[in-house]
Ligand binder design. Structure first.
Ligand code: INI
Length: 151
């Protein structure tokens, strides 16, 4: 299985922890580093265009997006988080490639830290598992569909 990881640098310390979780999950599932393409964009707002480029390549079975949008009392949060979520969903649907949403959207940095920890509380780990599972389901479904007789 070949996997793309689209990561955003804003709140980089947190996103690096999400990345660690995602890489751990991929490794535990037998995916080698040479089968992973990782790229960084400045912020979560730029994740959709990167995810779409990865999904459109036809070379990847799934794409994982990682980012952290923290409210901090600014209405900017809603635009960045909302556009990011919608764009990520669209990238996956448009190309029939699972694009999972590992973008934390929290009120505080403490909440973001809680969700990017080691072990069970790491959203990067969770969305990597979701990417693998969905890629497998899509491959199996395509196979079952192509085996159906047309009459
Ligand atoms: N980008 C994030 O990834 N997280 C944030 O919390 C954030 N805030 O708070 O503004 C953020 N803004 C930058 C944005 O994603 C774009 O990079 C920028 O607007 C340029 O298009």
């Amino acid at each position: 299985m070949k996997i793309g990881i689209a990561a955003s640098r804003f709140n980089q310390f947190i996103v690096e922890q999400l990345l660690e979780g995602a890489l751990d999950a991929l490794k535990r599932n037998g995916i080698e580093e040479s089968d992973i393409v990782l790229a960084w964009v400045p912020g979560a707002f730029e994740l959709p265009v990167l995810a779409e480029t990865m999904a459109a390549s036809g070379k990847l079975d799934a794409v994982i997006t990682l980012g952290a949008v923290i409210r901090g009392g600014t209405p900017h949060f809603d635009y960045v988080a909302g556009e990011c979520a919608a764009g990520v969903r669209e990238a996956g649907q448009k190309h029939g490639v699972p694009v999972t949403f590992g973008v934390l959207t929290t009120d505080t940095i403490e909440q973001a830290l809680e969700r990017s920890g080691s072990g069970e509380g790491n959203k990067g780990f969770d969305v990597a598992i979701a990417a693998i599972e969905t890629a497998r389901v899509l491959a199996q479904t395509r196979q079952a569909l192509s085996a159906l007789s047309s009459d």
